[in-house]
Design a protein around this ligand. Structure first.
Ligand code: ATP
Ligand code: MG
Length: 253
C-alpha cells in the first residue's frame, strides 16, 4: 500500500481506494467493484460525505428488523469485505446474524478468498454455494442453503437491483445500503440506508448495542410505520439542497 499523508484533504477517500486496489490484488474484489465504488463516491460527494438524519432513521429500523428476525443474514461481497471486515464481524456477532459471501462476479476461488479473509478477523462465514435463487442468471443467484436461502431478513450492502427483486419474490425482507437513492436497489428494498458502508456499519453497531436490550414490543414500534419512499425522497432532496447551497456559494465568490 502506498503512503498517504494523514494531512491530505482526501485522506479517508484515498485509503478506501487503496484498500479496494489491494482487494483486487488479493483476488477478493472484482475489477468492476472499483467502478461501482466510483459511483458510490460521487453520490457521497453530493450528499456532503456525512450520515444524514434519514440514514440514521433507516439504520435504526434496519437494526430493529434484524433483531426481530428469526433468521437474519448479512450478505458480503468483495467491496464490503475489504472496506469494513472487522466491523462486519462485530455487527454479525451483536445481531446474531451470520455473514454469507455472495458475489456478482462468481468463482469458487473468489468466494473462498473472501471467506478466508473474513475468517482472519474472527468471523464465522457461510460460503456453501450449494443453493440457487430461482429467477436470476448471474453469480448472485448462488447462495448457501443454511443462509440467504432460508433467511427472513437479509442485509445487503451494495446490492444490485435485480437480485434485490428476486430476494423480495422469495418472500424476504431486504435491507440495502446504497449511496444512490435513485438506483433500482434503493427502490426495491424494504429499507434503504443511503449512506457510505464505512459509516453505516459502525453506526449500526452503535445502534445494535443500544437496542439489544429492548423487548419485542419496543422493536416493533421502531419498525412500525416506517416509510422507505419517504426516506428516499428526503435523500434526493438532500442532494438537491446541497447542490443549491454549492451554487449559491459560487455566486458569492
Ligand atoms: P441498480 O441495479 O440497483 O440500479 P446500479 O447498477 O446502479 O444499481 P451497481 O453498479 O450494481 O449499481 O452497484 C454500485 C452501487 O453501490 C451504486 O449505486 C453505488 O452508489 C453504491 N456504492 C458503491 N460504493 C458504496 C459505498 N462505499 N457505500 C454505499 N454505497 C456504495
Ligand atoms: Mg446493477
Amino acid at each position: 500500500m502506498i503512503m498517504i499523508p494523514k494531512s491530505h484533504p482526501r485522506y479517508h477517500s484515498l485509503i478506501q481506494r487503496e484498500k479496494l486496489v489491494e482487494g483486487v490484488k488479493k483476488g477478493i474484489t472484482a475489477m468492476q467493484g472499483l467502478i461501482a465504488h466510483g459511483r458510490g463516491e460521487m453520490f457521497d460527494y453530493v450528499l456532503g460525505e456525512k450520515t444524514h438524519d434519514f440514514a440514521w432513521e433507516a439504520e435504526r429500523v434496519a437494526v430493529a428488523m434484524m433483531l426481530l428476525a428469526k433468521r437474519p443474514v448479512i450478505s458480503v461481497n468483495g467491496n464490503t469485505a475489504v472496506l469494513v471486515p472487522e466491523e462486519l464481524v462485530k455487527l454479525s456477532n451483536i445481531l446474531n446474524a451470520p455473514l454469507e459471501v455472495n458475489v456478482f462476479h462468481f468463482s469458487v476461488e473468489r468466494v473462498r478468498r473472501i471467506a478466508e479473509y473474513l475468517e482472519s478477523f474472527g468471523a464465522k462465514v457461510l460460503a456453501g454455494c450449494d443453493a440457487e435463487l430461482k429467477g436470476l442468471e448471474h453469480g448472485r443467484r448462488i447462495v448457501d442453503s443454511r443462509g440467504i436461502m432460508i433467511a427472513d431478513v437479509v442485509l445487503v450492502p451494495l446490492e444490485d437491483g435485480d437480485r434485490c427483486e428476486v430476494l423480495k419474490r422469495h418472500g424476504k425482507m431486504v435491507i440495502a445500503i446504497d449511496l444512490n437513492p435513485l438506483s433500482r436497489t434503493a427502490r426495491m428494498a424494504d429499507v434503504t440506508i443511503v449512506d457510505n458502508i464505512i459509516r453505516a456499519i459502525p453506526n449500526m453497531i452503535e445502534i445494535a448495542e443500544e437496542l439489544r436490550q429492548s423487548n419485542r414490543a419496543e422493536l416493533e414500534k421502531i419498525v412500525h410505520s416506517y416509510d422507505n419512499r419517504e426516506i428516499l425522497r428526503r435523500a434526493v432532496e438532500a442532494i438537491r439542497d446541497n447542490l443549491t447551497e454549492k451554487a449559491k456559494e459560487l455566486l458569492e465568490l
